[in-house]
Design a protein around this ligand. Sequence first.
Ligand code: MSP
Length: 671
Amino acid sequence: MRFYLTTAIDYVNSRPHLGTAYEKITADVIARYKRLAGVETRFVMGNDEHSQNVFRKARELGLDPNVYCDQMESVFREVWAKLSISFDDFIRTTEPRHKTAVQRMAQACHDAGDVYEGHYDGWYCVSCEAFKQEKDLVDGKCAIHLTTPEWIREKNYFFRLSKYQKPLLDHYAAHPEFVQPAIRRNEILRLVESGLEDISISRAGQSWGIPLPFDPSSVVYVWFDALINYAAAAGYGTDDRLFAEWWPADLHVIGKDITRFHCVVWPAMLMSAGLALPRQVFGHGWVHFKGQKMSKSLGTVIDPLDAADRLGADPLRLYLVKEIPYGGDGDFSWDRFQERYNVDLANNLGNLVSRVTAMAEKYRELSLPVPVVPAGRLRSVAIETLSAYRAAMEGFALHDGAAAVFALVDATNEFIAASEPWAIARDPARSDALSGVLYDAAEALRIAAVLLLPVMPTSAAEILRRCGESRATSDIRLSDAEWRNAVPRTLVKGQALWPRLEIEEASDASLESSVTDPTASASAPGGASADKPVAPVAPSAPSAPVAPSAPVAPSAPVAPSAPEMISIDQFMSVELRVAKVLAAERVPKSKKLVQLRIDAGSEERTIVAGIAEAYEPETLIGRLIVIVANLKPAKLMGIESNGMVLAATSAEGTPVLVEPGPGSAPGMRVR
Ligand code: MSP
């Protein structure tokens, strides 16, 4: 059994940010899980270097672009190492093996009659590396990057994408699992069903790029170039044996913004070149920072090293994996990160490790004999956990996999509390019972640690060591997460793994400076400052549902008087619906108001919302929101608003849009 897994390759005009790191972390969890499951795994990542923005950035710095790309490779590798990303190969698009693969595939598509010469006239956004239609521009600017695109007229080679509409639709029908999750599959189906246009695959008069084999005066368009990295890294054009072994890829993990390239353009290119298609593409969601889009070009990025330095790489990995349902969007805030650290790690898992080893030391000098009493209820919980975990991980529901392990951790803490080993220890006649409780708790902890290896590799290895495991983690398999009580175990004591943060050290306000200039180098880890107010961290129940963007209030709010209760009928009289933002612009002369044109399912309408201070209008376009659909129209700054947008209010008073989950579509009723 083999598994070839890739992530998107990153543009190197800026450092990795928490959003790009999220992708690498989640792909790493999948790769580590596959290895744990005994599957021979090849995990490939890399850098996308032939972008015009990369070329310009190098020039700005007075560097040769190749030298600049070499430097950025080190920057990226350093970040990935700190985040424990275990890739097997790292490909750069300036490498000779990649150039060979690109030229070979371009030639294959040409030989198949799918490439023809033409002229392109149009707007080109360098940040998107894509041509833009007039209708996509807002005030003449790219709606995503807010920059004026360049007018380009040049000789281009085109790829006959239109020819592949039917073969692609047939492929999606024959392989319903090809595009994941379902929401992305539906988007892609709608897109392809509506017809495909041929795409330009070359740029004339540029030196930065790979020359076309059949016309070296043009270079290959950066997207056509970049996609081929997946085949190049598996030896296409350079190592036939490797390629036969590893192609097709089993999974491309990419962000939802680039599914069109991976689920439409890339498979069409492969069909044209006569190569097998990847088995699956998973389009994950976006990580926002306090409800705002995290984007290199908008300059609102979190440096993942700041987050890892703050509380640790493993806690960051756990936060991103457990708190964000994989496939949907999620949010990062410093307060929420700290809160989850305290709840999941300091109070829960860390506490369990300390309790189990401390009791083993106190009552059995750390040596736990093979129990003579049968294992109790905890054993069945561990067995159920393993099967829930396996099902979740196989279906890429990484958040459910992590949650399943923490349910076992909860159950083990509860088991200790209910068994009261300290009380049993007072009765020498119950020595076997005490040994049994200690052994069961240690065994459940050991199993939790095996299952946590993909998510928290360093900490899980340390917990295993403390549970008496002497093998290297690379030798540990999923079958080791089965309940075993036939061997004595000698535990190892150690320091607290995650000391609780009692003061509000990492509040969003204090770390606002960590929203960094994307091109600047990583800032030093922030420290607690002496003059910061000392406030206890608001505790929350381990099983409390995740409210993605709700930060911990800096001080406890005054308990409100009991609100008047409403009946279900009163509630149902409010018509809440999912809507999609089609257009967004600031209301002139207003700091707060944005005018939205929305698709409410059966109709379009205009709504004026007071969210301009928290959201750049352009970032709202395409986003799903929840509206009150049956609110009487009202005029705001002279504009008729037909409905209201739902938003939570953060402790700082910032509106945070309520975002419907995966599977939602305009018009759906929310109740
Ligand atoms: N170079 C292209 C990909 C070519 S793949 C053949 C590119 N690079 S990127 O640097 O802009 O993005 C790299 C990956 O990070 C993409 O999958 C993108 O979707 C993802 N993300 C960028 N910002 C993100 C978030 N804020 N949140 C989650 N993922 C994000 O696109």
